[in-house]
Design a protein around this ligand. Sequence first.
Ligand code: FES
Length: 103
Amino acid sequence: MNAPISIARVDEIAEGKGKAFDVGEKRIAIFQVDGQLHAIDDACPHAGASLAEGYLEDGNVGCPWHYAEFELATGKHRHSPATCGVNVYPVTITDGQIHVEVA
Ligand code: FES
């Protein structure tokens, strides 16, 4: 298990929005929905769009390019044209700082 990595302050992620960060060799999208933070791979597995730029709806993020959808809590794909999901990463908050555990 890898140690959680500090990547941003909670107040950098607006409610109902996403933002992407480089974490080691990965690019991770962080979303805040109903006060809950979610961390998933930023790159859409269909053709690589930034999911941080996508739309949020009913606990899912929709890809801004071709509208594949992924469940924020599990990374499972909900909608074509993607045929697989994305990785999700555990998020913890300490003193207003977001930490993500990237395996
Ligand atoms: S790049 Fe995301 S659906 Fe095509």
